[in-house]
Design a protein around this ligand. Sequence first.
Ligand SMILES: [Zn+2]
Ligand SMILES: [Zn+2]
Length: 333
Amino acid sequence: MRALVLTEPRRPLALLERPEPTPGPGEVLLDVRACAVCRTDLHLVDGELPDPKLPLVPGHQIVGEVLAEVPQPGQTPRFARGARVGVPWLGFTCGKCSYCLSGRENLCDAARFTGYQIDGGFAERAVADARYCFPIPEGYPDLQAAPLLCAGLIGYRTLRMAGDAERIGIYGFGAAAHLVVQVARHQGRRVFGFVRAGDEKAKEFALQMGAEWAGASNEPPPVELDAALIFAPAGELVPAALRAVRKGGAVVCGGIHMSDIPSFPYSILWGERVLRSVANLTRKDGEEFLALAPRVPLRTEVNVYPLEEGARALADLRHGRFSGAAVLTPKRA
Ligand SMILES: [Zn+2]
Ligand SMILES: [Zn+2]
């Protein structure tokens, strides 16, 4: 099969011919229909995340068709042959540590992640642990469903950490933000979009997706915010967001990696403001979010690239050359 492979960090992904993966007990073999690109994939290629499996097939927003499932001895398969399933970032948890036992499997000490420690979906075929796959809601085409699996899911968890905040600022208007804004509006919240100064296209996109105001991230919003969500990997947004939220408000960082946060005066955290990060997802997040998606209904803006042009998709993401999400498909037209 063809796969995009990271042979070592700081080298471009290479399109290689590899043997098809074989499912072990408890695993499904998937025919990959689509796999969305995430900023985490860029961090991996750039060597910003420690100790990836090498060589590695990245990609953790997989929509695939079940070709086969090998059940655990004495168990029945979870999915029918031909079922459409999604494979997210969370690929394995131990089920035994204090995090797993307290409903926080996203923090599991022994967690393994798709497209990081486990080969992912930038390939024609993939294998995944059936317990961590989600059925894809009917009515969502493959390409539109793929970005729900990380951009949507992590975005949703980030929004949940904002509690019942009504006026929400979103910093960085990419794949996650364009889905979160729709969920937030559906929940009756108000959204203020922050983009890079001078990026008129991103401003326009934020407004079009449902933000009531859009401006540069170094500009104050027209009203005090109850919470701010940061999706851009730029540490200087943290003090900017703290300055924009009111007393008791929260700033939630949704990314896996961020440049260093510059020092800031205690006065902008004072007033019981909360600064926190969001890490990974739980299976419960996935089930809740995928049940919610068709009710909103979430509309995903996708830019489709054939698998062999994965490197171009990553470069376009890096340089902000598209709005919404990039999705790779191994299917030839
Ligand atoms: Zn991701
Ligand atoms: Zn655990």
